[in-house]
Ligand binder design. Structure first.
Ligand code: HEC
Length: 117
């Protein structure tokens, strides 16, 4: 009986861990979306249409972001960190290199970018 009880506790505990793992992934995406849309943070929306949201400034010039779920995470990270590595004349600022976004913030943005169909 004692054994059955601890087994049950183990199952409940595992269930909780699994739930909190998906919750934190969702939190990360939410955090990334906020950075993407917030002027003082990423302000990516100044240059990119994404997920049906329209660019929030006139005279912007980034491509519409789509199909990013197919990109490897590292490629997205590198793009946000420093776009010049893939495009030396990119008009996109190097958010990581400039110190505008830290490692954690870029990871959150990448989690959000991965949700862009
Ligand atoms: C000043 C305008 C500008 C801002 C702000 C900007 N970008 Fe860009 N972005 C561009 C341009 C221009 C390109 C296309 C040239 C290139 O690939 O470097 C681009 C390309 C990209 C690409 C590659 C898209 C593809 O299909 O090849 C990604 C991903 C991206 N940007 C993400 C972001 C994220 C995330 C942010 C915010 C942290 C951001 N951008 C902010 C201008 C901008």
């Amino acid at each position: 009986m004692q054994f059955a009880k601890s087994l049950l506790a183990g199952v409940v505990l595992c269930g909780m861990v699994a739930v909190s793992a998906t919750a934190s992934e969702a939190d990360l995406v939410k955090k990334g979306e906020k950075i993407f849309n917030t002027k003082k943070l990423g302000n990516c929306l100044a240059c990119h249409d994404a997920n049906g949201k329209k660019i929030n400034s006139p005279g912007s010039f980034g491509p519409k972001l789509q199909y990013l779920s197919a990109w490897p995470e590292k490629a997205l990270y590198d793009k946000v960190y420093n776009p010049y590595t893939t495009n030396p004349i990119s008009a996109m600022p190097p958010f990581g290199l400039n110190g505008w976004l830290d490692d954690e913030q870029i990871k959150a943005v990448v989690a959000y970018l991965k949700t862009i169909k």
